[in-house]
Design a binder for this molecule. Structure first.
Ligand SMILES: [Cu+2]
Length: 354
């Protein structure tokens, strides 16, 4: 068989399918010749290529125990995997907790001093003191300064949390349903992923037709693992558009510092940013009915090439104009979105022309 000819034919077929032959092979789906043969065998080429792409290019990632999920006896935040999360955790651990601790200890000491020194036995004749101007100024001013000190980083964090996604950011649509989540990928061929909680062995079935947790090696904790995870690319801002189909739900993933209500008839938008590949779990966080506790969220963050391979495992999934995917540098908290910044040169050019 003329391999060169076959390769060209296969390449044409693959292009017609909207697939890059290189990407199929690079993803380690199969041996090059097998790939060529699969892609070249008309007319079932489409089905075969799809099956081939789904066969080996994507395997769900196994979560790291204790990462992206609650831990036994945990009392603090889950470890954070976004810049905003790290900032929020810093405000909590290094600003709020010390201030609260100092105030609490100070008030406790005052109470103890008062109980010991100013009781009736120690003061048979009560003092008639009623005013102390200096003291009153101090106990008014100091709390004001403390509150300002807390307000500055708090409002800063609040503002950064609602900074819009840069132009070109990948958009994922999240829909809350009673009682599961659906994830739409409009930038990748508009396929939709339906995500149900896995059933728990030995307990009443929650979702008919869904497998039991622990039946695959990559399964995470019960009540948190799902049949189809929300897969996202790592290291780039993602525009999450969140809505609901029936009642109010809330999309919340603690380790990614993300919580936003899913309201029927309305789209709420916020940037999701994941710094490190991994599996991060969350739960619906708005009481939404009988099975509210059984609609977990599992976010699997993958490097771009693996994300693309995952996209291609879906019917109609495609890698489109994301070559210029928004990069991390486009979304540093505190800076303007890249979209706005990119308009500046044009404005200068206009000014120069005048
Ligand atoms: Cu819900």
């Amino acid at each position: 068989m003329n391999l060169g000819k076959t390769a060209r034919a296969a390449s044409h077929t693959a292009k017609a399918l909207g697939l890059s032959l290189g990407s199929i092979m690079a993803a380690g789906v199969m041996a090059p010749q097998a790939a060529l043969a699969a892609a070249a065998s008309e007319p079932a080429a489409a089905a075969t290529a799809d099956a081939a792409a789904s066969a080996g290019s994507y395997t769900p990632m196994a979560p790291t125990p204790g990462i992206g999920m609650p831990v036994d006896s945990g009392i603090g935040f889950q470890q954070q995997f976004s810049k905003l999360g790290e900032y929020g955790e810093w405000i909590h651990n290094s600003v709020l907790l010390p201030i609260i601790a100092v105030i609490t200890v100070f008030v406790l000491l005052l109470l103890v001093v008062i109980v010991v020194r100013f009781n009736r036995r120690a003061n048979p004749v009560p003092s008639k003191t009623s005013h102390n101007t200096l003291l009153e100024v101090v106990w008014t001013l100091v709390p004001v300064l403390v509150l300002i000190g807390i307000a500055v980083p708090s409002i800063d964090l609040l503002a950064k949390q609602y900074k819009p996604a840069p132009k070109g950011a990948l958009t994922i649509k999240v829909t809350g349903n009673q009682w599961f989540w659906t994830y739409g990928y409009p930038d990748n061929g508009e396929f939709e992923v339906v995500s149900n909680m896995l059933n728990i062995p030995g307990q009443p079935t929650i979702n008919n037709g869904v497998r039991e947790v622990g039946s695959e090696p990559w399964d995470g904790p019960s009540h948190l693992e799902v049949d189809n995870r929300m897969v996202v690319p790592v290291g780039e801002p993602i525009r999450l558009q969140i809505t609901a189909s029936d009642v109010i739900h809330s999309f919340a993933v603690p380790s990614l510092w993300f919580k936003l209500d899913a309201v029927p008839g309305r789209i709420n938008e916020k940037v999701l940013f994941v710094e490190k590949p991994g599996v991060y779990y969350g739960q619906c966080s708005e009481l939404c009915g009988a099975k509210h506790g059984y609609m977990p969220i599992a976010v699997e963050a993958l490097p771009r090439d693996k994300y693309d391979a995952w996209v291609l495992t879906h019917a109609g999934g495609k890698i489109d104009g994301q070559a210029t995917a928004a990069s991390e540098t486009d979304y540093l908290p505190g800076e303007e979105p890249a979209g706005e910044a990119s308009e500046a040169p044009a404005a200068e050019a206009t000014a120069a022309a005048e």
